[in-house]
Design a protein around this ligand. Structure first.
Ligand SMILES: Cc1cc2cn([C@H]3C[C@H](O)[C@@H](CO)O3)c(=O)nc2[nH]1
Length: 223
């Protein structure tokens, strides 16, 4: 299938740290009609030799602004990246940047109100001037204590100092955005998957989304 002039059916894959987003995206590598855009963590870990992710976790008050400014730029680049396939799956988005991570750092005070105001102006400009499409959000819903244990087991060095309270706050921000729907500028329907399931059981959950994503994608292409 190819879509000559319409944009691809765009799916945002959202969830807390350790919720299994990368694993979820990898499940869809089997389909040639889907382009996968995974989170560019390696770019955040090495921008001209600077590990911005490590700097942010090591000294949030000093580096949160720099980190979130760069993350948002990489997200915008991913939203804008042309894809030849009818479906595009993206890991996280400019929306989770704004409603989850930047919001979290504002509330924790690791972003000064003036820094938050600057990022917010960028988000407002993007929202009005640069069309960022989303047709479906897949929310990998998890329990904070479960993903906290996964983060410890995954042992990504920069994350080892992340406390459970940080994960709990991020969970609440995801729930506000995707379950309570407190933000109107991201109206895409949300498919909630139980991502607490461990790897052996979760394939059934993924299959539930497979049907929704591929069926919708076919509709988009057939229009
Ligand atoms: C959009 C967005 C993604 C994202 C990830 N992160 C962190 C959480 C994880 O520790 C790591 C990889 O997702 O980056 C962040 O602090 N701010 C972010 N903003």
């Amino acid at each position: 299938m190819n879509c000559a002039n319409s944009r691809p059916f765009t799916v945002l894959v959202e969830g807390n740290i350790g919720s299994g987003k990368t694993t979820f995206l990898e499940h869809f590598r089997q389909f040639e009609d889907i382009t996968l855009l995974t989170e560019p963590v390696e770019e955040w870990r090495n921008l001209k030799g600077w590990n911005l992710l490590d700097l942010m976790y090591s000294d949030p008050a000093k580096w949160a602004m720099t980190f979130q400014a760069y993350v948002s730029l990489t997200m915008l680049e991913m939203h804008r990246r042309p894809t030849s396939t009818p479906v595009k799956l993206m890991e996280r988005s400019i929306f989770s940047a704004k409603y989850c991570f930047v919001e979290q750092m504002k509330r924790l005070g690791t972003l000064h109100p003036a820094q938050f105001a600057v990022l917010d102006e960028w988000f407002k400009f993007i929202n009005t001037e640069i069309p960022v499409e989303a047709d479906l959000i897949v929310y990998l819903k998890t329990t904070p204590s479960i993903v906290y244990d996964r983060i410890k087991k995954r042992a990504r060095s920069e994350e080892q100092c992340v406390p459970l309270s940080y994960i709990e706050e991020l969970h609440k921000l995801h729930e506000d955005w995707l379950i309570n729907r407190t933000h109107a500028d991201c109206p895409a329907p949300v498919l909630v998957l139980d991502a607490d399931l461990d790897l052996s059981q979760i394939t059934e959950e993924y299959k539930k989304s497979e049907h929704q994503i591929l069926r919708k994608a076919v509709n988009v292409v057939m229009q």
